[in-house]
Design a protein around this ligand. Structure first.
Ligand code: F6P
Length: 548
């Protein structure tokens, strides 16, 4: 079925009208429907998605499902899995799902035998990771590699950082470090505690041209050469890239280069060779379990009916909040310290994918597109920005997530407190506190009537603030894979409803181009003539502060 734009427009208008009429009070909705939790939650195995604390009713859900059909969500999903060129502005297939579909055979895209190539790279990665982990692949002076430094940025950094941290309980390989920022402080502080003799660098860059990565890679090479001589480079570097010719020029041997393909977007690349540092840390078996979890979610997304389909449901609620309720942001709050970098990872996944203002056919989107995504783990966030989430003037939907079971059986009390806080926050956002309740509480504490009258309004919580909760049993490799794939497909669902291309990222180009042209000005080799007054003024002030 093709996209029926006029049906979509009509259904969107009806949905907006429904929301205007709905004026839903969630407290009343829970009181009126004892089955609300089961009606507005869904599961896949041990993964539960609860959106009952969002101000939707059954009619809104049915209308959202209608919108998904009008947008031909199922057709687009099939096109993605089949390897059609749905990334139309770059004329590319979108096949990160193939990186974790390890039993599949026979997918040929643009003449490439995708499944065979995926398996070959994965096997090569595993063989290399094992030689490093076992100590067989030693450094130039014969010492075992104890530290792996991944140099990459964006999708060539965030996925590996996020996953390595998330899977810390499975970490039995060399220590892993990540250098991304072009700020020399990053590589300086990372190398400070390391010895060149026992360090392996992975230069991770899809294009092998990204200025941050290439600058850090050159610095790392100088560091190795200074300590061990230039012949040592081969034993201390490996690379992950689609640009095999550029890697060869850098001087990294063929047996240490792990490729991927232009049908894997940077922000979708942790499942392939970009995941090498994760594999070094947790081993090939755990890495395969991570892929296996993602594949399970792919199958769920591909086959489950829309209203039982977790990525679809998460996407529909996301669309409801952004495009119908007009909320500008969403917060992702994992009550899971090891998901510390998940919000940053999801920022790239979501905002680089759906931060677009042009539709697939070159027009103007009918609705606002991707929201601002941000977050921090709980409970820390509670002591920082939750004040605004509870009592600020903007409504910001929150996505809570937590494991029922922690990795530290001896610290169960910590975990119980963590979970109690997670559930309490969603309850507080939904329930709020009325003026009368605030007054009663204060009077019960013996406060004077005058003080109660003055302070009670400050202690009112409007409530009725939406949140989603995602629960899973334990953060193991398989669960992490399912969770990340859930979010990837959610971004796809929302992008389909916005009618945009979620797979390009032209918006990062302009700043890169201008930085290149400004470098000689900052270096003092060119004057700032012809630049706008602010840009020229800022550069002059930098020179002034440097005493130039
Ligand atoms: O920031 C833009 C971007 O192209 C991202 O999409 C990508 O993940 C990142 O830069 C790094 O690119 P590369 O892997 O080519 O170095």
């Amino acid at each position: 079925m093709a996209v029926d734009h006029s049906a979509f427009k009509k259904e969107l208008a009806a949905l907006r009208a429904h929301r205007a009429d709905l004026s839903m009070d969630m407290r009343e909705a829970f009181a009126a429907d004892s089955g609300r939790f089961s009606h507005f939650s869904a599961g896949d195995g041990d993964l539960l998605l609860d959106w009952s604390k969002c101000a939707v009713d059954a009619r809104a859900m049915t209308m959202l499902e209608g919108l998904a059909s009008a947008a031909d969500l199922e057709g687009r999903r099939a096109a993605m899995f089949a390897g059609r060129h749905i990334n139309v502005t770059e004329d590319r297939a979108v096949l990160h799902t193939a990186l974790r579909d390890l039993d599949r055979k026979g997918l040929v895209v643009d003449g490439q035998h995708v499944n065979d190539d995926v398996r070959a790279v994965l096997d090569a990665m595993a063989a290399f990771a094992e030689t490093v982990r076992s100590g067989k692949a030693v450094g130039a002076t014969g010492k075992k590699i104890t530290d792996v430094v991944n140099i990459g940025i964006g999708g060539s950094d965030l996925g590996p950082v996020m996953a390595t941290l998330a899977l810390a309980p499975y970490h039995d390989g060399p220590r892993t470090h990540f250098v991304s920022n072009i700020d020399g402080a990053h590589i300086h502080d990372t190398l400070k505690g390391l010895s060149a003799e026992t360090t392996l660098f992975i230069i991770a860059s899809k294009t092998f041209t990204t200025v941050e990565t290439m600058t850090n890679a050159a610095t790392a090479r100088k560091w190795v050469e200074k300590a061990l001589g230039s012949d040592a480079v081969g034993k201390h570097f490996a690379a992950v890239s689609t640009a095999l010719d550029l890697v060869a020029k850098f001087g990294i041997g063929k047996d240490r280069v792990f490729g991927f393909w232009d049908w894997v977007g940077g922000r979708y690349s942790v499942w392939g060779a970009i995941g090498l540092p994760v594999m070094m840390a947790v081993g090939p078996n755990n890495f395969r379990a991570f892929l296996g979890g993602a594949h399970e979610m792919d199958e769920h997304f591909r086959t489950a009916s829309l209203m039982k389909n977790l990525p679809v449901l998460l996407g529909l609620i996301g669309f409801w909040h952004r495009a119908v309720c007009d909320y500008p942001a969403r917060a992702v709050i994992p009550y899971d310290q090891r998901l510390l970098r998940l919000p940053a990872y999801l920022q790239q996944l979501d905002m680089e994918s759906n931060g677009k203002s042009v539709t697939l056919d070159g027009g103007v989107p009918l609705t606002p597109t991707g929201p601002l995504v941000w977050g921090e783990p709980g409970t820390n966030g509670q002591h920082a920005f939750f004040q605004l989430l509870h009592q600020g003037t903007d409504v910001i939907p929150i996505e809570f997530m937590a494991a029922a079971v922690g990795h530290e059986p001896g610290l169960k009390h910590h975990h119980d407190l963590l979970l109690a806080n997670c559930v309490a926050q969603s309850q507080a956002l939904m329930k709020g506190r009325t003026l009368e309740e605030a007054r009663e509480q204060m009077l019960a504490k013996g406060m004077k009537e005058d003080d109660v009258a003055r302070i009670a309004p400050h202690r009112v919580f409007s409530g009725n603030r939406p949140s989603i909760t995602i629960l899973y049993r334990k953060l193991d490799p398989r669960t992490l894979g399912r969770l990340i794939a859930l979010y990837e497909h959610r971004v796809f669902v929302e992008g389909t409803l916005y009618n945009i291309n979620s797979f390009d990222q032209w918006g990062v180009e302009l700043g890169k181009e201008l930085a290149t042209s400004l470098l000689p000005v900052v270096e003092g080799k060119q004057d700032a003539a012809g630049r706008d007054a602010s840009t020229a003024g800022l550069v002059q002030h930098i020179h002034h502060l440097r005493g130039a």
